[in-house]
Write a protein that binds this ligand. Structure first.
Ligand code: MG
Length: 226
């Protein structure tokens, strides 16, 4: 019998993937780091290391406008992140002023959070955009006041000894179960004005959530390190 005709030749027996028990529904899988389970801000602090002052009630955390962004105490690099968010049911403002927040990977690469339900703004600043960079493939927004989900695969940038980026960051975003960013390259730090650039940074940095002055809530935040 020729080798090509033996099925065992193409069987691969190592490595055996570790067992991960999936969560029921949106619950975290067994190997997840739970960053917010609805009860406390223990994993979070202000940007300057002060206590996080966002409000926690009914299993959610809500931006306390003016108290500033909050970030994880721990740093992360490549991750799979699950986060649920909700913009206020009562619409206030328009465009970028309506339910604005953001998820900043490594404290510097923003996936926009915005009420983009029948709300016009520049598309590279709408919900699920890589802010001021890449427009989402579709607008999968739910109505204001409804909980929405992001499932995001973020791959951190790599730098060489000289500080030059050798592998830009990449991101895949699934918004409410719909693919909206398909392994897109991130061009550099999120900039409000001007073009993004890369500046060499640590391999692991905190995840940050934005206080943009709007009453955006979050719940069920967990990630898996990749
Ligand atoms: Mg924002």
């Amino acid at each position: 019998m020729e080798a090509q005709s033996i099925p065992e030749v193409t069987e691969v027996h190592e490595p055996v993937p570790p067992v991960v028990t999936p969560g029921a529904g949106m619950a975290p899988p067994s190997d997840a780091i739970v960053l917010f389970d609805g009860s406390s801000l223990n994993h979070w602090q202000g940007r300057n290391g002060s206590a996080a002052q966002w409000r926690v009630d009914n299993g959610a955390m809500t931006v306390e406008p003016g108290t500033g962004d909050i970030q994880t105490r721990e740093g992360f690099g490549d991750v799979q992140l699950h986060i649920e968010w909700r913009t206020p049911e009562v619409i206030k403002g328009e465009g970028q002023g309506r339910g604005n927040s953001g998820v900043f990977f490594m404290g510097r690469y923003e996936i926009q959070v915005l009420d983009s339900y029948e709300n016009h703004t520049y598309p590279n600043g709408m919900a699920a955009s890589v802010y001021k960079q890449t427009i989402p493939l579709v607008n999968a927004s739910r109505k204001p006041g409804e909980w929405q989900t992001y499932d995001i695969i973020f791959m951190a940038p790599r730098f060489n000894e000289q500080g030059r980026v050798t592998h830009p960051a990449r991101v895949t975003v699934i918004h409410n179960g719909v693919l909206v960013q398909n392994n897109v390259e991130i061009w550099g730090d999120t900039q409000y004005i001007g073009l993004p650039t890369y500046t060499k940074h640590d391999d692991r940095l905190p995840l940050r959530l934005q206080d943009h002055g709007d009453l955006v809530s979050f719940r069920n935040i967990w990630l898996r390190e990749l």
